[in-house]
Ligand binder design. Structure first.
Ligand code: ADP
Ligand code: MG
Length: 314
Protein backbone atom coordinates (compact mmCIF):
# COMPACT_ATOMS: atom_id res chain seq x y z
CA UNK A 1 0.00 0.00 0.00
CA UNK A 2 1.12 3.54 -0.71
CA UNK A 3 -0.97 4.82 2.19
CA UNK A 4 -2.31 2.82 5.11
CA UNK A 5 -4.33 4.66 7.75
CA UNK A 6 -5.76 2.57 10.53
CA UNK A 7 -8.12 3.70 13.27
CA UNK A 8 -6.99 7.33 13.26
CA UNK A 9 -8.46 9.51 15.98
CA UNK A 10 -7.54 13.11 16.82
CA UNK A 11 -9.19 15.66 19.07
CA UNK A 12 -8.31 19.27 19.78
CA UNK A 13 -9.68 19.87 23.27
CA UNK A 14 -13.30 18.87 22.99
CA UNK A 15 -13.38 19.14 19.18
CA UNK A 16 -13.36 15.63 17.73
CA UNK A 17 -11.61 16.49 14.48
CA UNK A 18 -11.06 12.90 13.30
CA UNK A 19 -13.11 10.09 14.80
CA UNK A 20 -11.86 6.79 13.42
CA UNK A 21 -10.47 6.89 9.89
CA UNK A 22 -9.35 3.76 8.05
CA UNK A 23 -8.05 4.24 4.53
CA UNK A 24 -5.82 2.27 2.17
CA UNK A 25 -4.54 3.79 -1.06
CA UNK A 26 -2.84 1.59 -3.63
CA UNK A 27 0.12 2.85 -5.68
CA UNK A 28 -1.06 4.78 -8.74
CA UNK A 29 -4.47 5.74 -7.35
CA UNK A 30 -5.65 9.35 -7.55
CA UNK A 31 -7.92 9.89 -4.57
CA UNK A 32 -10.00 12.92 -3.65
CA UNK A 33 -10.67 13.50 0.03
CA UNK A 34 -13.92 15.41 -0.27
CA UNK A 35 -15.89 17.10 2.46
CA UNK A 36 -17.23 20.37 3.77
CA UNK A 37 -15.14 22.71 5.91
CA UNK A 38 -14.45 21.20 9.30
CA UNK A 39 -14.91 17.61 8.09
CA UNK A 40 -11.42 16.65 9.27
CA UNK A 41 -9.61 16.56 5.93
CA UNK A 42 -6.63 18.70 6.96
CA UNK A 43 -6.28 16.91 10.28
CA UNK A 44 -6.19 13.59 8.43
CA UNK A 45 -3.62 14.93 5.95
CA UNK A 46 -1.46 16.32 8.77
CA UNK A 47 -1.43 12.95 10.54
CA UNK A 48 -0.71 11.17 7.28
CA UNK A 49 2.36 13.36 6.78
CA UNK A 50 3.54 13.00 10.37
CA UNK A 51 2.89 16.68 11.12
CA UNK A 52 0.26 15.90 13.75
CA UNK A 53 0.37 13.00 16.16
CA UNK A 54 -2.74 10.81 16.23
CA UNK A 55 -4.41 10.26 19.61
CA UNK A 56 -5.07 6.73 18.38
CA UNK A 57 -4.31 4.73 15.27
CA UNK A 58 -1.39 4.29 12.93
CA UNK A 59 -0.08 5.64 9.64
CA UNK A 60 2.21 3.85 7.20
CA UNK A 61 3.45 5.26 3.89
CA UNK A 62 4.98 2.52 1.72
CA UNK A 63 5.25 0.49 4.90
CA UNK A 64 7.31 3.14 6.71
CA UNK A 65 6.70 5.81 9.30
CA UNK A 66 5.53 9.06 7.68
CA UNK A 67 8.59 11.06 8.68
CA UNK A 68 10.88 8.40 7.27
CA UNK A 69 8.98 8.27 3.96
CA UNK A 70 9.08 12.08 3.74
CA UNK A 71 12.79 12.20 4.57
CA UNK A 72 13.49 9.68 1.83
CA UNK A 73 11.82 11.93 -0.72
CA UNK A 74 8.96 9.52 -1.40
CA UNK A 75 6.35 12.10 -0.46
CA UNK A 76 5.66 15.59 -1.77
CA UNK A 77 3.17 17.74 0.09
CA UNK A 78 1.28 20.91 -0.54
CA UNK A 79 -0.34 22.25 2.59
CA UNK A 80 -2.96 24.91 3.13
CA UNK A 81 -0.96 27.13 5.44
CA UNK A 82 2.68 28.08 5.30
CA UNK A 83 4.20 31.27 3.99
CA UNK A 84 6.87 31.41 1.30
CA UNK A 85 10.11 33.24 2.17
CA UNK A 86 9.16 36.68 0.85
CA UNK A 87 12.64 37.91 -0.13
CA UNK A 88 13.74 34.86 -2.09
CA UNK A 89 12.92 34.49 -5.76
CA UNK A 90 10.76 31.59 -6.80
CA UNK A 91 13.77 29.85 -8.35
CA UNK A 92 15.89 30.32 -5.21
CA UNK A 93 13.13 29.00 -2.98
CA UNK A 94 12.64 25.87 -5.08
CA UNK A 95 16.43 25.37 -5.18
CA UNK A 96 16.66 25.60 -1.38
CA UNK A 97 13.90 23.05 -1.07
CA UNK A 98 15.53 20.78 -3.65
CA UNK A 99 18.77 20.85 -1.64
CA UNK A 100 16.96 19.17 1.26
CA UNK A 101 16.37 16.06 -0.83
CA UNK A 102 18.53 13.24 -2.04
CA UNK A 103 17.51 12.97 -5.65
CA UNK A 104 15.56 16.11 -6.47
CA UNK A 105 14.40 17.24 -9.87
CA UNK A 106 16.39 20.03 -11.51
CA UNK A 107 14.81 23.33 -10.44
CA UNK A 108 13.87 24.24 -14.02
CA UNK A 109 12.04 20.97 -14.39
CA UNK A 110 10.09 21.43 -11.16
CA UNK A 111 9.08 24.92 -12.29
CA UNK A 112 8.15 23.54 -15.69
CA UNK A 113 5.98 20.82 -14.17
CA UNK A 114 4.19 23.38 -12.04
CA UNK A 115 3.68 25.59 -15.10
CA UNK A 116 5.63 28.52 -13.64
CA UNK A 117 8.90 28.48 -15.61
CA UNK A 118 8.32 32.17 -16.36
CA UNK A 119 8.21 33.05 -12.65
CA UNK A 120 11.71 31.83 -11.69
CA UNK A 121 13.08 35.33 -11.00
CA UNK A 122 9.98 36.72 -9.33
CA UNK A 123 10.28 37.50 -5.60
CA UNK A 124 7.86 35.24 -3.76
CA UNK A 125 6.42 38.28 -2.01
CA UNK A 126 5.15 39.52 -5.37
CA UNK A 127 2.94 36.61 -6.40
CA UNK A 128 -0.81 36.43 -6.82
CA UNK A 129 -2.66 33.86 -4.73
CA UNK A 130 -2.89 31.45 -7.63
CA UNK A 131 0.79 31.86 -8.50
CA UNK A 132 1.78 31.25 -4.87
CA UNK A 133 -0.25 28.04 -4.92
CA UNK A 134 1.62 26.88 -7.99
CA UNK A 135 4.95 27.68 -6.30
CA UNK A 136 3.78 25.45 -3.41
CA UNK A 137 3.04 22.81 -6.03
CA UNK A 138 6.58 23.16 -7.42
CA UNK A 139 7.89 22.60 -3.86
CA UNK A 140 5.76 19.46 -3.63
CA UNK A 141 7.10 17.99 -6.89
CA UNK A 142 10.78 18.93 -6.51
CA UNK A 143 11.67 15.84 -4.40
CA UNK A 144 10.35 13.82 -7.40
CA UNK A 145 8.00 11.99 -5.04
CA UNK A 146 5.99 8.86 -5.76
CA UNK A 147 3.19 10.09 -3.49
CA UNK A 148 1.76 13.59 -3.69
CA UNK A 149 -0.44 14.87 -0.88
CA UNK A 150 -2.24 18.11 -1.61
CA UNK A 151 -4.50 19.94 0.81
CA UNK A 152 -6.99 22.11 -1.11
CA UNK A 153 -4.46 22.85 -3.84
CA UNK A 154 -6.62 25.18 -5.91
CA UNK A 155 -7.96 27.43 -3.18
CA UNK A 156 -7.43 31.04 -4.26
CA UNK A 157 -6.82 30.16 -7.90
CA UNK A 158 -8.81 31.74 -10.69
CA UNK A 159 -10.40 29.56 -13.36
CA UNK A 160 -7.41 29.80 -15.67
CA UNK A 161 -4.89 28.83 -12.97
CA UNK A 162 -7.09 25.95 -11.86
CA UNK A 163 -7.16 24.58 -15.38
CA UNK A 164 -3.38 24.95 -15.75
CA UNK A 165 -2.85 23.32 -12.37
CA UNK A 166 -4.95 20.27 -13.21
CA UNK A 167 -3.30 19.94 -16.59
CA UNK A 168 0.07 19.79 -14.81
CA UNK A 169 -1.34 17.23 -12.37
CA UNK A 170 -2.63 15.09 -15.21
CA UNK A 171 0.90 14.85 -16.61
CA UNK A 172 2.18 13.65 -13.25
CA UNK A 173 -0.56 11.12 -12.65
CA UNK A 174 -0.18 9.77 -16.19
CA UNK A 175 3.34 8.86 -15.10
CA UNK A 176 1.86 6.61 -12.40
CA UNK A 177 2.21 8.69 -9.27
CA UNK A 178 -0.12 8.24 -6.32
CA UNK A 179 -2.08 11.34 -5.36
CA UNK A 180 -4.30 12.22 -2.43
CA UNK A 181 -5.90 15.64 -2.66
CA UNK A 182 -8.31 17.23 -0.22
CA UNK A 183 -10.97 19.44 -1.72
CA UNK A 184 -14.39 20.83 -1.11
CA UNK A 185 -14.94 21.35 -4.85
CA UNK A 186 -17.16 18.57 -6.11
CA UNK A 187 -16.24 19.16 -9.72
CA UNK A 188 -12.55 18.60 -8.96
CA UNK A 189 -13.30 15.31 -7.25
CA UNK A 190 -15.58 14.27 -10.10
CA UNK A 191 -13.16 15.29 -12.87
CA UNK A 192 -9.74 14.32 -11.54
CA UNK A 193 -10.05 11.49 -9.03
CA UNK A 194 -10.26 7.74 -9.69
CA UNK A 195 -11.78 7.42 -6.27
CA UNK A 196 -13.66 9.76 -3.96
CA UNK A 197 -13.44 9.44 -0.19
CA UNK A 198 -16.20 11.48 1.39
CA UNK A 199 -15.65 12.80 4.92
CA UNK A 200 -18.07 14.37 7.30
CA UNK A 201 -17.68 15.13 11.01
CA UNK A 202 -14.37 13.31 11.29
CA UNK A 203 -15.47 10.11 9.59
CA UNK A 204 -15.44 8.57 6.15
CA UNK A 205 -19.05 8.20 5.05
CA UNK A 206 -18.57 7.03 1.46
CA UNK A 207 -15.66 5.66 -0.54
CA UNK A 208 -15.67 4.67 -4.18
CA UNK A 209 -15.67 5.99 -7.72
CA UNK A 210 -17.73 9.12 -8.27
CA UNK A 211 -20.15 6.90 -10.22
CA UNK A 212 -20.48 4.48 -7.30
CA UNK A 213 -21.17 7.33 -4.90
CA UNK A 214 -23.84 8.70 -7.21
CA UNK A 215 -25.39 5.23 -7.26
CA UNK A 216 -25.62 5.22 -3.48
CA UNK A 217 -28.28 7.87 -3.90
CA UNK A 218 -30.71 6.36 -6.31
CA UNK A 219 -33.45 7.91 -8.35
CA UNK A 220 -33.83 10.82 -10.71
CA UNK A 221 -34.64 14.48 -10.41
CA UNK A 222 -37.36 16.41 -12.21
CA UNK A 223 -36.92 20.16 -12.39
CA UNK A 224 -39.68 22.55 -13.44
CA UNK A 225 -40.69 26.19 -13.29
CA UNK A 226 -43.92 26.21 -11.36
CA UNK A 227 -44.96 29.49 -9.68
CA UNK A 228 -47.10 29.06 -6.59
CA UNK A 229 -46.64 25.31 -6.32
CA UNK A 230 -48.00 23.60 -3.24
CA UNK A 231 -45.19 21.61 -1.69
CA UNK A 232 -47.38 19.11 0.17
CA UNK A 233 -49.39 18.39 -2.96
CA UNK A 234 -46.21 17.85 -4.99
CA UNK A 235 -44.86 15.52 -2.35
CA UNK A 236 -48.03 13.43 -2.59
CA UNK A 237 -47.61 12.80 -6.34
CA UNK A 238 -46.89 9.19 -7.30
CA UNK A 239 -43.21 8.39 -7.78
CA UNK A 240 -42.04 11.37 -5.69
CA UNK A 241 -40.23 10.99 -2.38
CA UNK A 242 -38.97 14.49 -1.76
CA UNK A 243 -39.53 18.02 -2.99
CA UNK A 244 -37.45 21.16 -2.94
CA UNK A 245 -38.93 24.55 -3.81
CA UNK A 246 -36.69 27.51 -4.52
CA UNK A 247 -38.58 30.55 -5.77
CA UNK A 248 -40.38 29.51 -8.95
CA UNK A 249 -38.24 26.38 -9.39
CA UNK A 250 -39.28 23.05 -7.99
CA UNK A 251 -37.20 19.90 -7.88
CA UNK A 252 -38.88 16.55 -7.41
CA UNK A 253 -36.72 13.71 -6.12
CA UNK A 254 -38.22 10.62 -7.67
CA UNK A 255 -38.31 6.89 -7.20
CA UNK A 256 -40.23 6.65 -10.49
CA UNK A 257 -39.59 9.67 -12.67
CA UNK A 258 -41.93 8.55 -15.47
CA UNK A 259 -44.94 8.25 -13.16
CA UNK A 260 -44.00 11.49 -11.40
CA UNK A 261 -43.70 13.41 -14.65
CA UNK A 262 -47.12 12.25 -15.90
CA UNK A 263 -48.71 13.10 -12.57
CA UNK A 264 -46.99 16.49 -12.44
CA UNK A 265 -48.25 17.47 -15.90
CA UNK A 266 -51.81 16.42 -15.21
CA UNK A 267 -51.85 18.20 -11.84
CA UNK A 268 -50.12 21.36 -13.10
CA UNK A 269 -50.52 22.05 -16.79
CA UNK A 270 -48.75 25.41 -16.25
CA UNK A 271 -45.44 23.64 -15.42
CA UNK A 272 -42.67 24.92 -17.71
CA UNK A 273 -38.98 24.26 -18.51
CA UNK A 274 -39.20 20.63 -17.51
CA UNK A 275 -36.04 18.61 -17.18
CA UNK A 276 -35.36 15.10 -16.00
CA UNK A 277 -31.86 14.21 -14.97
CA UNK A 278 -30.00 11.56 -13.03
CA UNK A 279 -28.38 12.22 -9.69
CA UNK A 280 -25.10 14.12 -9.92
CA UNK A 281 -22.27 14.04 -7.44
CA UNK A 282 -23.56 17.15 -5.72
CA UNK A 283 -26.98 15.56 -5.09
CA UNK A 284 -25.25 12.47 -3.74
CA UNK A 285 -22.92 14.40 -1.47
CA UNK A 286 -25.71 16.56 -0.08
CA UNK A 287 -27.84 13.48 0.57
CA UNK A 288 -25.00 11.50 2.15
CA UNK A 289 -23.59 14.32 4.24
CA UNK A 290 -27.02 15.19 5.63
CA UNK A 291 -27.88 11.57 6.37
CA UNK A 292 -24.62 10.97 8.19
CA UNK A 293 -24.91 14.04 10.38
CA UNK A 294 -24.68 12.64 13.85
CA UNK A 295 -23.57 15.73 15.72
CA UNK A 296 -26.86 17.55 15.65
CA UNK A 297 -25.32 20.30 13.54
CA UNK A 298 -27.01 21.64 10.46
CA UNK A 299 -25.91 19.95 7.27
CA UNK A 300 -24.34 22.28 4.73
CA UNK A 301 -26.74 22.89 1.88
CA UNK A 302 -24.03 23.64 -0.61
CA UNK A 303 -20.54 22.39 0.17
CA UNK A 304 -19.22 23.62 -3.17
CA UNK A 305 -19.55 27.30 -2.51
CA UNK A 306 -17.87 27.74 0.81
CA UNK A 307 -14.37 29.05 0.31
CA UNK A 308 -12.98 29.90 3.70
CA UNK A 309 -11.44 26.74 5.00
CA UNK A 310 -9.91 28.31 8.07
CA UNK A 311 -13.17 28.88 9.89
CA UNK A 312 -13.98 26.39 12.56
CA UNK A 313 -17.28 24.72 13.10
CA UNK A 314 -18.74 24.96 16.52
N1 ADP B 1 -5.12 23.20 15.64
C1 ADP B 1 -6.42 23.10 15.93
N2 ADP B 1 -6.91 23.48 17.12
C2 ADP B 1 -8.22 23.36 17.42
N3 ADP B 1 -9.15 22.87 16.57
C3 ADP B 1 -8.74 22.48 15.37
C4 ADP B 1 -7.36 22.58 14.97
N4 ADP B 1 -7.25 22.11 13.71
C5 ADP B 1 -8.50 21.75 13.33
N5 ADP B 1 -9.39 21.98 14.32
C6 ADP B 1 -10.84 21.67 14.28
O1 ADP B 1 -10.98 20.33 13.89
C7 ADP B 1 -12.07 20.18 12.99
C8 ADP B 1 -11.57 19.60 11.68
O2 ADP B 1 -10.75 20.56 11.03
P1 ADP B 1 -9.96 20.29 9.69
O3 ADP B 1 -9.26 19.00 9.80
O4 ADP B 1 -9.17 21.50 9.41
O5 ADP B 1 -11.16 20.14 8.65
P2 ADP B 1 -11.18 20.41 7.07
O6 ADP B 1 -9.77 20.42 6.58
O7 ADP B 1 -11.99 19.27 6.53
O8 ADP B 1 -11.86 21.71 6.85
C9 ADP B 1 -12.68 21.56 12.86
O9 ADP B 1 -13.74 21.64 13.77
C10 ADP B 1 -11.55 22.47 13.23
O10 ADP B 1 -12.03 23.69 13.75
MG1 MG C 1 -8.73 21.81 5.50
Amino acid sequence: MAVHLSGLVKSYGDVHAVRGVDLDIAPGEVVALLGPNGAGKSTTVDMLLGLARPDQGTVALFGAEPRQAVAQGHVGAMLQAGSLLPDASVGELVAMFAALHRAPLPVEEALERAGIADLADRPTGKLSGGQAQRVRFALAVVPDPVLLVLDEPTVGMDVESRRAFWAAMRNLTAAGRTVLFATHYLDEADDYADRVVLMRSGRIIADGTAAAIKNQVSGRRIGARLPGADEARLRALPGVFDVAVRGDRVTLHCTDADAALRALLSAYEQARDLEVRSVDLEDAVVALTSAADDQGTAAPTDPTHSRNDQESRS
